[in-house]
Design a protein around this ligand. Structure first.
Ligand code: AGP
Length: 368
């Protein structure tokens, strides 16, 4: 086991630091001269382009990855994209039609709720696409077509490298589906360039390890943590909070920043730490105003911003700042989750909990 961990103390730590490599593997052979080649989808692209709706279905981190990539799929495909947590779809017996494309996202490919939702979508005649990290898994076998994320074996119960590879695969899927649209060609080319540069930006953001350990030290005894995000980074808020709660066993909530004044604002005081994701994208000025409102209520703010933006997000200098490299807006969630993965990891170690086997959890939830 120690050999497999190499120089790392835990699998989660190793898997976080492996991400420049796992992302490279995910993209290997798939980015071609300003286009994307996804062998597993190529015979089905026409059907997907004619679908009435694309539905993402998954649980936990896999659901969050789909949520992060949803806006770029909507933008490049022009098809409505809806989100379903697998258990909720089954509870409601939500409508699924023959004209739908149902995309199932699962690292293990064996999650019971996701597989039952797959049975349900197959019965209702939808085209079923699987996105998984496990070759030969039930999900890979039972879907009509799919994409392997090729992130390499993930052992830590907390999913880290699979999350970033899932986002990249769905972004590539969006590029492939939208490839016949001339109006978005320049946008697609910029994203493909961004994808090829992504592993080096991820290497850069991993250098925040020490800073995130220091931040963890300042939060070690607290009971709760909020994470606010919106747009591409709503998923970053949900996923960052999920990591903290599942391994560090600290209450943590990811929230849509646009909902702040509809309730969560009441929680703000001088002690509750609030992470605000405010990297540069179309939502930046809205996040600046969220920060001002939290600041006016004396919130204890930790702001994640693009490099060089510390003054713009926190003019008074009273926030703790996490500066990350800026990448294409739709790929920013891949970079932004990494400091939060590191924070969750260090909080867990400092609080003395089991990093790779959090209590009550299993890597793959094969029962309902
Ligand atoms: C992630 O850190 C969690 N352990 C969990 O939410 C997980 O993502 C979920 O159970 C889904 O697993 P899957 O991707 O294997 O389907």
């Amino acid at each position: 086991e120690q050999i497999k961990k190499g120089n790392y103390d835990h699998f989660m730590q190793k898997e976080i630091h492996e991400q420049p490599h796992s992302l490279t593997t995910t993209m290997r052979g798939r980015l071609k001269h300003n286009s994307v080649l996804l062998g597993g989808l190529k015979d089905h692209l026409k059907t997907i382009r004619h679908s009435r709706r694309i539905i993402f279905i998954g649980c936990g981190t896999s659901y969050n990855a789909a949520l992060a990539a949803r806006p770029i799929l909507e933008e490049l495909s022009g098809i409505p994209v809806t989100m379903e947590i697998a258990s909720d779809l089954l509870d409601r017996e939500g409508p699924i039609y023959r004209e739908d494309t149902a995309v199932f996202v699962s690292q293990s490919g064996e999650t019971a709720d996701t597989l039952l939702a797959l049975e349900y979508a197959l019965e209702n005649g939808a085209l079923c696409v699987g996105i998984t990290n496990t070759v030969g898994s039930t999900l890979a076998r039972k879907t009509h077509c799919g994409i392997h994320i090729n992130a390499g074996c993930e052992i830590g119960v907390a999913s880290t490298k699979a999350y970033t590879s899932q986002i990249v695969v769905i972004a590539m899927m969006a590029l492939a589906i939208g490839a016949d649209r001339i109006s978005t060609q320049a946008r697609r080319e910029a994203i493909i360039k961004g994808l090829s540069e992504l592993p080096s930006h991820v290497s850069e953001v991993l250098k925040l390890d020490r800073e995130m350990k220091d931040l963890a030290e300042s939060l070690i005894d607290l009971e709760s943590l909020l994470v606010f995000g919106r747009g591409y980074n709503y998923a970053t808020a949900l996923e960052g909070a999920l990591k903290v709660k599942e391994v560090a066993l600290m209450h943590s909530e990811g929230m849509l920043a646009g909902e702040m004044k509809h309730g969560p604002l009441a929680l703000v005081d001088e002690t509750l730490p609030i992470i605000v994701v405010a990297t540069r994208d179309a939502c930046f000025s809205k996040q600046q105003s969220v920060i001002q409102q939290l600041h006016a209520r004396k919130g204890r703010l930790i702001v994640m911003c693009s490099k060089g933006d510390a003054q713009s997000v926190c003019p008074g200098g009273s926030c703790r700042i996490i500066e990350v490299p800026q990448v294409a807006d739709c790929l920013q969630p891949v970079v932004n989750i990494i400091p939060l993965q590191l924070l969750a990891y260090h909080l867990t170690v400092l609080r003395g909990y089991n990093v790779d086997q959090p209590r009550n959890l299993a890597k793959s939830v094969t029962t309902q």
